[in-house]
Design a protein around this ligand. Structure first.
Ligand code: FAS
Ligand code: PHB
Length: 389
């Protein structure tokens, strides 16, 4: 089999890259180790930056997002019971759209299935070869038969645990990491959201987040110690803990019900540099991880592949390597700013076992400064709604 670009991973990054390349007339094959249903079964991100919405429109997959997505003009942060709304429209003239990653992935899968572009699901033992030459190869097993793809480029869109970053020779990558001493226990419930917009809560007992997927389906999170298991959190225990961490007005409005999904995500900040090794490019979670506090993970992944698609299109259509040569530096500049914002939101809103009384007062001062300073509020608003692409 031969293609121009072999894409590893059919998550949002891989699928959007495939879609953008297809619309530029560039051939790509996607290899995904899981089934379509398994990929769609993952409950992950929920908030799209305005730039991500524009990118999905550019890819021609925005119709359902505009029909079903919820446009939000702000968020609320409650800190030890004091709650403040940050009005994004007034502060920076921008909004965010609440539209689950599962739905973004579904829209991209449907578009790819309709176009007939090749995706191999349940591709096993994917391995990358000759990345530092002019003719890289990807090998995999499908239905017990070993297969090989000859290509010009490989796009590693296979997430944090994927094979792509692991295929870069030792010493050719620098990595930066911070592992947090807690995770997020998240549940999905078919009950109306507790408020029209998201509520991020800091409390001495830990962080909590009230989000949603639709006017009838809510998504809630509570911070739990690293290593916690979902089975230790029956629904009643979850609801009690969530109530304790919310401001009284929000807690009063909480409509509880049976969880339809429950999972724990560990939190880490991670960046690999550079994002290119020969004919391999890394994008999305294969390249970087942010704690979900700033709602950046999915948005960074979509922006990465928007840049990579532009660079590859320039290579094929204009025979210029300028875009692919500067892909890594260009993307990393924005990645690190999102890493900073996600780390900062996490540091202000979570409880850390090692934080002393001074540290807790600094967290409160961060909140008070945000509330009292238009400049600080504007900074939060421009980061949360997405820095320029
Ligand atoms: P993905 O991990 O989504 O996709 C990678 C794909 O590659 C997967 O389908 C995988 O099966 C496949 N793959 C892996 N190894 C392979 C191999 N060897 N061969 C072939 N295929 C392979 N972000 C937010 O903004 N908000 C959130 O609330 C949020 N919550 C999250 C919760 C969890 C549990 C996790 C893990 C992440 C969360 N994120 C969140 C971040 C998340 O949304 C990612 O940023 C997003 O999935 C990135 O998309 P991709 O880069 O496509 O990676
Ligand atoms: C979600 O709805 O899953 C969500 C929203 C905002 C975040 C993280 C997760 O910061």
């Amino acid at each position: 089999m031969r293609t121009q670009v072999a894409i590893i991973g059919a998550g949002p990054a891989g699928l959007l890259l495939g879609r953008l390349l297809e619309r530029a007339g560039i051939d790509a094959v996607i290899l995904e180790r899981r089934s379509q249903d398994h990929v769609l079964g993952r409950i992950r991100a929920g908030v799209l930056e305005q730039g991500s919405v524009a990118l999905l429109d550019r890819a021609g997959v925005g119709a359902r997002m505009h029909a079903e997505g919820l446009v939000h003009g702000g968020i609320a942060i409650s800190f030890d019971g004091d709650r403040h709304r940050f009005d994004f429209r007034a502060l920076v003239g921008r909004t965010v759209t609440v539209y689950g990653q599962t739905e973004v992935t579904r829209d991209l899968m449907r578009a790819r299935d309709a176009s007939g572009a090749k995706t191999v699901y349940e591709a096993e033992d994917v391995s990358l070869h000759d990345l530092d030459g002019d003719s890289p190869k990807v090998r995999f097993v499908k239905d017990g038969i070993a297969r090989e793809i000859a290509c010009d480029f490989v796009a590693g869109c296979d997430g944090y645990h994927g094979v792509s970053r692991a295929s870069v020779p030792e010493g050719a990558l620098r990595t930066y990491e911070r592992v947090y001493p807690f995770g997020w226990l998240g549940i999905l419930v078919d009950r109306p959201p507790v408020s029209e917009e998201l509520v991020y809560a800091h409390h001495a007992r830990g962080f909590a987040l009230c989000s949603m997927r639709s006017p009838t389906r809510s998504r809630y999170y509570v911070q739990v110690p690293a290593g916690e298991k979902p089975e230790a959190w029956p629904d009643d225990r979850f609801w009690d803990e969530l109530r304790r961490r919310l401001d009284p007005e929000t807690a009063e409005r909480l409509v509880t019900g049976p969880s339809i999904e429950k999972s724990i995500a560990p939190l880490r900040s991670f960046v690999a540099e550079p994002l290119r090794f020969g004919r391999l490019f890394l994008a999305g979670d294969a390249a970087h991880i942010v704690p979900p506090t700033g709602a950046k993970g999915l948005n960074l992944a979509l922006n990465d592949v928007g840049c990579l698609a532009e660079a590859l299109t320039e290579f094929y259509l204009e025979r210029s390597a300028a875009g692919i040569d500067r892909y890594s530096d260009r993307v990393l500049k924005r990645v690190w700013k999102a890493e900073r914002f996600s780390w900062w939101m996490t540091s202000v809103l979570h409880t850390f076992p090692e934080t002393d009384a001074f540290g807790r007062r600094i967290q409160r001062a961060e909140f008070d400064y945000l509330v009292g300073s238009e400049a600080a509020s504007r900074s939060l608003a421009e980061n949360y709604t997405g820095l320029p692409l």
